[in-house]
Write a protein that binds this ligand. Structure first.
Ligand SMILES: [Zn+2]
Ligand SMILES: [Zn+2]
Length: 315
């Protein structure tokens, strides 16, 4: 018998109800969570006065923009629209490539990310949602606490979403399970590749160090906060032109940096839709990349929005 993974639209074999949580996170991965979130964050703050000094050049900027775009699309097109929601079908090398690109954003191994996000949709802004800003109530103090929790507090929760319940389709795919196990390798690659390129392009150790700092640490941290802002800001502030059962919003100032993910109200109204920015002038770079992949024949069965469907979703 086939059913749908809650909230995601992805088909799986239903094996009866399973618990929400799986095995808790072990000590080393828990330590790694702190290390790779807090160290880049401190680097980001240190970067501000640093920027006006001596350790930043065009090579660093170009590498940072390149790795930001590459890994952000890995999350938005790969982890999110494809793996979590099944917005299109992809050929095997594209599937594995997207899993690796998403891993290089350092937002956790793919199985965790997908299981967490499917749980978010299954329980959006209700009990069981891993990161709702409304979890503590609606008083000003509860909302401050909720904002912190939705933005990054939830990441430190040692109770991990049960992938067997929320991502059985991914667990069953040996290629994806392998990329998941290789998360340490992709962590090293995403931090060392900018250093290597910076060193080669400037032919200096100093160039390697500044590229590691800007295109490695600062870039990772900046993308963390943009992604987390979709969880925090885009469930609190913005417009809600579409019918969704939760408090998801469209928040235009983040549209470009989030590569289209800030059109979050439409996304919750129609989770499997490949395009989130569906209205006039709503920039959605991720949807454009999916369109290019479709033209190249790399992906198929893309769930593009239709006027009839949108008419039903609009308030
Ligand atoms: Zn959401
Ligand atoms: Zn989603």
């Amino acid at each position: 018998m086939t059913a749908t993974v809650e909230g995601s639209g992805s088909p799986v074999d239903a094996g009866g109800p399973k618990p929400i949580y799986g095995a808790p996170r072990a000590n080393w991965p828990q330590f790694g969570t702190y290390l790779f979130i807090l160290v880049p964050f401190v680097a980001l703050i240190a970067a501000v006065p640093f920027a006006w000094g001596w350790g930043l050049g065009w090579v660093d900027v170009a590498l940072a923009v390149f790795f930001y775009t590459f890994t952000c699309l890995g999350v938005t097109v790969g982890y999110h629209r494809y793996f979590t929601h099944g917005a299109f079908k992809a050929k095997r090398p594209v599937r594995v490539g997207l899993a690796i690109m998403g891993s290089m954003a350092l937002q956790g191994p793919i199985l965790h990310w997908v299981a967490d996000h499917r749980r978010h949709h299954a329980f959006a802004d209700r009990d069981g949602d891993p990161h709702s800003p409304w979890a503590f109530g609606t008083s000003p103090l509860a909302l401050v606490k909720g904002f912190w929790h939705a933005h990054m507090g939830w990441v430190f929760d040692r109770k991990l979403t049960n992938a067997e319940r929320f991502a059985p389709d991914m667990l069953a795919d040996e290629d994806i399970a392998r990329v998941d196990r290789q998360f340490g390798l992709w962590t090293a690659v995403t931090l060392l590749a900018p250093a290597l390129l910076g060193g080669l392009l400037t032919w200096s150790w100093w160039g390697a160090l500044t590229a590691f700092f800007w295109a490695g640490l600062v870039r990772v941290s900046f993308l963390h906060h943009v992604t987390w802002s979709v969880n925090s800001i885009c469930h609190m502030i913005g417009n809600r032109p579409f019918k969704s059962r939760d408090k998801a919003t469209n928040f235009w100032p983040l549209a470009v940096l989030s590569m289209g993910e800030a059109w979050h109200n439409l996304h919750h109204a129609d989770p499997t839709c490949a395009r989130h920015g569906v209205q006039r002038g709503q920039v959605d770079v991720s949807a454009r990349l999916i369109w290019i992949f479709e033209k190249l024949g790399w992906v198929s069965e893309v769930r593009w929005p239709t006027p009839q469907r949108l008419a039903k979703l609009v308030k």
